[in-house]
Design a protein around this ligand. Sequence first.
Ligand SMILES: Nc1ccn([C@@H]2O[C@H](COP(=O)(O)OP(=O)(O)OP(=O)(O)O)[C@@H](O)[C@H]2O)c(=O)n1
Ligand SMILES: O=C(CO)[C@H](O)[C@H](O)COP(=O)(O)O
Length: 441
Amino acid sequence: MEGDACDPDRPAHPGTFPAGECGRTDQQPPERRVDFPVSVVLPAGGTGERTGLQTPKQFCLFMGRPLISYTIQAVERVLWIQNIVVVVAKEHMDLMTDIIQQFRHRKVRAVPGGSTRHRSICNGVLALGEQEEEKERLLSADRPKVVIIHDAVRPFVEEDFLYKIAMAAKEQGAAGAIRPLVSTVIATTSEGYLDHSLERAKYRASEMPQGFTYDVIYQAYQRCTESDFEVGTECLHLALQYCGTNAKLIEGPPTLWKVTYKRDLAAAESIIKETLSRSACVITGGSEQAVPLADAIQKAAGALDMALDVIPNLMGDNCRYLLKEYNFIQVSVNRSCLSEVKSILKDLEAANQALLHPLVIILVHLSCPDELSISRAMPELAAFMDVASAANLRNILLYGIQVHQSKDTERWERSVLRVAEITSALIRERSPALVGQLLQA
Ligand SMILES: Nc1ccn([C@@H]2O[C@H](COP(=O)(O)OP(=O)(O)OP(=O)(O)O)[C@@H](O)[C@H]2O)c(=O)n1
Ligand SMILES: O=C(CO)[C@H](O)[C@H](O)COP(=O)(O)O
């Protein structure tokens, strides 16, 4: 495969909506055209006291990758977002620089935070306009630049919603995500008794992301008080109080919730696994015999809520699968197929994706009844384990499934269903313990 046909570092064109994956122009909805500059500030300078853990939650690892890296990726892959400032505590600047390098984040810069969330966000906003000429450009009225602020510990933000916030912020000066309240809000007396309760239907929870034109958020932070910086929790309030800007409020999806307590870390891990497990492609290697098995796996997986695309190889237009959160299932019939697996690993390396998230590759080997022994066609177990161990170091989990051809239709259908079930379980669980194992369907 030609690696550079799918170059993930291909620059976006500022001010216009760029072409889709692999240069395709037919995939992006035209309504997402953003013709003004957009930057993002990700506050990540907190200590995560409420989790009760030593490590601040934004640096907690999920399948080998810190939470902050998932949030960065969610924002970074939006092509109309031009740059991202991550605000971290001074003592975590080196760690953050390492994360940016290790996970090959682009468009990202780390700046030191402050003692409160408002101080950190303010530092991020100021860092966007550090050079004088840049500040002038940002503040010029005819070219409002939108700044989106998004907590680093809300990793599941989608492009659609960022787009809504950016457009509303440009229009209105400020915009923010809201959600219905889960519990009723009450006020207490200083003695701990009920003072009054608010009518829940009239109130909303303020969430993130929020968007502002640069001048609104810049002026709000210039004019606000020490007390705002110390105890304030709401940027939209600063925009209203100090710039007279009434934010547009947009109801967001439930996945915008903020990782706050220890239990949220477990919930985040399960959503990350679920997201990474949504799709896979089955590669037939151009073998005619492999196609019926691939189709049968696709059908059985559909019943398990997994979307599988069947493709002959990863060449040409199919190279786009290397750039997305796909998992790969290589089907082979009656022949050794380690070379095909090695070829996927090579393509992934060329596409520069392996480090971004843990990928799953499953080798499904179909052996026919006349095959004399498993070892004749199946890759030698030791060699398979070696390849799997090397891939594991690159965050790629390689598993094998052996399935036996049967002329008995019922038995064959059961086997195919088992392949789909094992595949789905391997992709969802991503167990390191099963890496390099050849399972029987
Ligand atoms: N001085 C601070 C405090 C918070 N934040 C960031 O603001 C976001 C939302 O804040 P919160 O959930 O309260 O994070 P923490 O302050 O870390 O948590 P806790 O209140 O439990 O200590 C987080 O990404 C956090 O890192 C920040 O950038 N600088
Ligand atoms: O929901 C929000 C809207 O502004 C903020 O994310 C929230 O205020 C974060 O604050 P805290 O540090 O208190 O959790």
